[in-house]
Design a protein around this ligand. Structure first.
Ligand SMILES: Cc1cc2nc3c(=O)[nH]c(=O)nc-3n(C[C@H](O)[C@H](O)[C@H](O)COP(=O)(O)OP(=O)(O)OC[C@H]3O[C@@H](n4cnc5c(N)ncnc54)[C@H](O)[C@@H]3O)c2cc1C
Length: 406
C-alpha cells in the first residue's frame, strides 16, 4: 500500500467548529490542512445561530464549570481580535442582560449577580436602568429586576464562520466545499483518510466537525457519540429602530427567551420553537436545515403577546425565520478529542446549543491535542469522547439525561 499522504490533517465540516479548528491547526503549523464540507462553510447550523457569545456558565447554563468559563472567555477574546483585524463578523460589545419579568422569576436572575463565576463588572439593574441600557428596547414597566454581564458580545454566527473560513483559506488551508465525506478509511492501525464524492483523500489525522451529521460517519465504526439532535427556531422581525448598542437579552422564566438587535429589528426565540428532530423527520440533508413552520407558529403564538409588553412597541412579527440542529449531550458538556479505538481520529461534537461561544476555545484544545501539545488552560478529560460508553443511549434518553436550565 502506498504511504502517500494527501494532507497532514483533514477537517470534515466547515461550521464554526471546523473553521475554528482549521484556524488553530494552522496557527500550530501542523502542515497541510484540508477542510471538506458537504455544502458551503457556515451555511448549516452555524448559519442559523443567533450569535450570542457570553459567560453562560456563570449561572445561566445549568452546570457551573471553570473549564467552560475559560472557553467562553477565549471565545469573547477570539471574536474581538477577528473584528479588530477587520473581519466582517458584525461584532458588537454591549454585554449580556438577564431579565426577570415577575417576582417569581426574580430569584433565578438575581442570583447571577453573586454567582462565584460571575465575570468582572457583573451588576444588578433596576427596571429603569434596564430600559436605559437597552436604549429603551425593553419597557421598564415589564421588568422586575435584571443582571448585566458587561463583557458579553454578539456577532453574526454565519458571517463569522465564513470570515474565518476565508481567512484560513487565504493563509493556506485547502477548503473544498461541495465535497461530502461518504465514509472514513480505517485499517488495523487507525484512520487512513476519507472517501469523498470526489475520490479518496489520505491522511493519518482526521477530525470530524460534522455537527448533527457526526454519527453518520461514526456509526459504521461502532463508535457513535451520545448526541441528541434538536430543531431550534429563530425568528427575525422587521426593522423597528432598535439600538445596536443594546446588550443581548435573556429571560429565563419565559422558556429561555433570547432576543437581540438584528438589522434595526429584533431576532428572538425560545424553547417553544424547539423539538427533538426525531419527532418530525429523522433526517435532514447533510448541511441542510429543518423547515418545520408549525414550531415557529407555536412559538410566535405563545411568546408574541408577552413580547408585545416587553419590547416597548417594537415590531415582533415574523418577517423571516430559520432553524438549525444543535446537539445535546447527556451531561451538558461538549464532546471533543481523540476517539481511542481509532488512532488518529478526533471528534468535535455535542455543541449543546452553545458552539458559537465555545467553538474557538474548544478548537484550540483539539488542535493542541492533535499536535501533541500539553493543554493547561482547560482539563481535556472534561470533554473526552471516552467518558461515554459507545452506542448506549437513544436520543430520547440523552435528552432526558441532559441537565435542565433551572
Ligand atoms: C436558532 C439557533 C440559535 C443559536 N444561538 C446560539 C448563540 O446565540 N450562541 C451560541 O454559542 N450558539 C448558538 N447556537 C448553537 C450554534 O449555532 C451551534 O452550536 C454551532 O453552529 C454548531 O456548529 P458546528 O460546526 O458543530 O455545526 P454546523 O454549523 O452544522 O457545521 C457542520 C458542518 O459539517 C458539514 N458536514 C456534515 N457532514 C458532513 C460530511 N459527511 N462531509 C462533509 N461535510 C459534512 C455540514 O455541511 C456543516 O457545514 C444556536 C443554534 C440555533 C439553531
Amino acid at each position: 500500500m502506498t504511504d502517500h499522504q494527501d494532507a497532514d490533517a483533514i477537517v470534515v465540516g466547515a461550521g464554526i467548529f471546523g473553521a475554528a479548528l482549521a484556524y488553530h491547526l494552522q496557527q500550530l503549523n501542523v502542515g497541510r490542512v484540508v477542510m471538506l464540507d458537504a455544502g458551503e462553510p457556515g451555511r448549516a447550523t452555524s448559519g442559523s445561530g443567533a450569535g450570542f457569545v457570553g459567560y453562560w456558565t456563570a449561572g445561566y447554563m445549568p452546570i457551573p464549570s471553570t473549564d467552560d468559563l475559560a472557553l467562553e472567555d477565549y471565545g469573547v477574546r477570539f471574536y474581538r481580535s477577528l473584528s479588530e483585524r477587520g473581519k466582517p463578523i458584525d461584532y458588537r460589545g454591549g454585554g449580556s442582560l438577564f431579565v426577570a419579568t415577575s417576582e417569581a422569576g426574580a430569584p433565578r436572575v438575581a442570583k447571577l449577580a453573586d454567582h462565584p463565576l460571575a465575570p468582572s463588572g457583573t451588576r444588578a439593574l433596576d427596571p429603569l436602568e434596564t430600559a436605559k441600557v437597552t436604549g429603551n428596547l425593553l419597557s421598564a414597566d415589564a421588568v422586575t429586576t435584571a443582571v448585566l454581564h458587561p463583557g458579553g458580545i454578539q456577532i453574526s454566527a454565519g458571517r463569522a464562520t465564513r470570515a474565518l473560513a476565508a481567512l484560513v483559506g487565504d493563509e493556506g488551508v485547502d477548503i473544498r466545499p461541495g465535497t461530502p465525506v461518504t465514509r472514513l478509511l480505517v485499517d488495523g492501525r487507525g484512520v487512513r483518510g476519507v472517501s469523498t464524492s470526489a475520490g479518496d483523500l489520505r491522511s493519518r489525522t482526521v477530525i470530524l466537525a460534522c455537527g448533527a451529521w457526526t454519527n453518520h460517519l461514526l456509526s459504521p465504526l461502532q463508535a457513535t457519540v451520545p448526541i441528541a439532535r434538536v430543531i431550534a427556531s429563530r425568528v427575525v422581525s422587521p426593522p423597528s429602530g432598535v439600538a445596536e448598542t443594546s446588550p443581548t437579552v435573556m429571560v429565563p422564566e419565559w422558556n429561555g427567551l433570547w432576543l437581540r438587535e438584528h438589522r434595526g429589528g429584533i431576532t428572538w426565540g425560545n424553547t417553544d420553537g424547539y423539538a427533538p428532530l426525531s419527532e418530525y423527520a429523522d433526517r435532514v440533508e447533510t448541511g441542510g436545515h429543518p423547515q418545520v413552520k408549525e414550531l415557529v407558529d407555536a412559538m410566535s403564538a405563545a411568546l408574541g403577546p408577552r413580547l408585545d409588553v416587553l419590547v416597548n412597541g417594537h415590531d415582533r412579527s415574523v418577517a423571516a425565520w430559520t432553524q438549525g440542529l444543535p446537539c445535546y449531550t447527556p451531561d451538558g458538556r461538549f464532546i471533543a478529542g481523540p476517539v481511542s479505538e481509532v488512532p488518529g481520529l478526533h471528534v468535535m461534537a455535542g455543541d449543546n446549543e452553545a458552539g458559537v461561544t465555545h467553538g474557538p476555545g474548544l478548537a484550540r484544545m483539539v488542535a493542541d491535542l492533535v499536535a501533541g501539545n500539553a493543554v493547561d488552560y482547560v482539563d481535556p478529560s472534561v470533554y473526552a469522547v471516552d467518558r461515554f460508553e459507545r452506542g448506549e443511549m437513544t436520543e430520547e434518553e440523552i435528552l432526558k439525561a441532559a441537565p435542565e436550565y433551572e
